[in-house]
Ligand binder design. Sequence first.
Ligand code: PEP
Ligand code: MN
Length: 347
Amino acid sequence: MIIVFKPHPSDADIAQVAAKVVEFGYEPRVIRGVELTVIAAVGDEIAHKSLETLVSLPVVERVIPIQKKFKLASREFHLANTIQQIGPEKLGGGHFLTIAGPCSIESRQQLRTAVQDCLKAGIRVIRGGAFKPRTSPYDYQGMGQAGLDLLAEVKAEFGVGIVTEVLSSNHIAQVAAVADVLQIGARNCQNYSLLEQVAGAGRAVLLKRGMATRIDEWLLAAEYLIVHGCHNVILCERGIRTFETATRFTLDVSAVAIAKRETHLPVIVDPSHPAGKASLVLPLARAAIAVGADGLIVEAHPNPSEACSDAAQQIPSAEMPRFMAALQPLIDLCAPANANAAEGAAR
Ligand code: PEP
Ligand code: MN
């Protein structure tokens, strides 16, 4: 950290701050410039207590951290792109993975049809919410355990991988019994107690970025998961709140590039929730692939007009083969760059 003094500190002021720096476990190096005097505090900022409290001293102008706050998720810690096994598929390091399925599980027939349509499109990892985070308490809340049972059925019958959301720590064990990947939804991105508990479930975790979560906060949420024992974290950009109302959320493609550069984790994009309408999902998916995403998670429903949630944005599942065919040339062009860690770091 760098401690910047207010102009013209006395020798006693400098000595007092340097002593504090030593007390916190850092080595102080005083640098007297023409205009400003600073102390460079040498030491591991993650291992030691933060010096940011020194800003409360009357002689200190600013304290500037140098190290990134997250470590285990960072590319400095692990240069190569992490590759994960998700059900029958690989994700990351040049392995592009598309996950698709309905927003919510609504019935056996609905889920089976969606799965069969996805399989025809070459998609072998299925999404579907059994516990749904709905803005209104009067809206469809999901089938709960009955939905998990239907996921277990399609998993056994078709050998697909399963991604489904965990809303509450009460449900972790029952969701983990069927899911290959536990989804943490946008609304829980910074629910640190839930993150800590989900991390211990022995499953990969798909961490959606909160709609008002900064990139550094999102990456620190991933760090929570890793620190608490989850080594298969998947980052998912799903759009943020801005002043724009033409879309449901604003897909932040920059966040994908930054997360790829700063971390070794796979970064996927949900083009469905920012789109808010089915016709925008394909162009947003193209943007995601072009910016370097490692995969997509797409909402697809056998009959979107009858969907219990997110009806407008779900692609008719029968159209998934056409959707994937439209994306494949771009995936073939862009995904190989993700095999190379140096390219990821240079993004
Ligand atoms: C979902 O995937 O259906 C969902 C609720 O997503 P988000 O948490 O991104 O809103
Ligand atoms: Mn949804």
